[in-house]
Design a protein around this ligand. Sequence first.
Ligand SMILES: [Mg+2]
Length: 308
Amino acid sequence: MYSLTLQPYDYPFRRPLRTHHGLWKRRQGLLIKLSDGQREGWGEIAPLPDFGSESLEAAHEFCQGFQGHLDDGDIFSIGDRYPACQFALESAREALLRYPNPPLQPNFPYCQLLPTGEAALKRLQTTPNDHWGPSPCFKWKIAVEGMQQEQDWFQQLLQDLPPHSRLRLDANGGLSQEEAQAWLGACEGQPVDYLEQPRPPEAWQDLETLHHQGVVPIALDESVANLRDLETWLQRGWSGIIVIKAAIIGSPRRLRQLCQQFQPDVVFSSVFETRIGRQAALHLAQELQRKPRALGFGVLEAIGEERQ
Ligand SMILES: [Mg+2]
């Protein structure tokens, strides 16, 4: 039996994030502490309802239902309507079992999120190359402005990248199939790691088609926001990349089972959680990310390092 303490948080991003989903200005979530009287473990509920997770309110209400006490059986029987709670409570339990918890050093470097639109150019032009370290990886959001404008910026961006950089483009499902084809054309021969979620989840055949063209790998993100969707794609034989937003995908235990069964090419990524959730996600990345791909946690400049 564990005691459960809830601690809501709410903070503004230092720099609001603009994506195809809109403008995101603050992160709200819930830190949870499990204690068995001797050890303690922290977990984090950082929902993302745009990606199909439960809302913060629903998660809070669900956790209050335990009235401060729960056991392993409760933790492993949380319903799939509460993926952020599954992640938080299971990872708090794992942290408790590892207690005390020395901070984990990530096994791969972070991919740095650039500001959206033209601001990315300014960021690169005003930052000394050595700030980014050797062989840096950057992510840039697309499908926010008009395509022609974005492709012009993209050409400039390629010239402004530090030597030996890699770039990931993330459309958040916001391109038409014709636009996605045009982006693949623009990426051909360029140092582009992958094009992430060019089409929305319901256009799954388009995503397959784009991937099989083999120009640039396609990564799924919104398409695999929960374990059921992940399993569907793995059973379908998806051979592209899969972005895992650990904090909202659901039960770490079941995620491990799926990864062991199918051995997918995964990249772990942030949902702008705090250090607590990030540590839990990094533990999973260390176990489950097989290829040496930059981790999608280079977001500290956007959310403010003082929060971390
Ligand atoms: Mg994404």
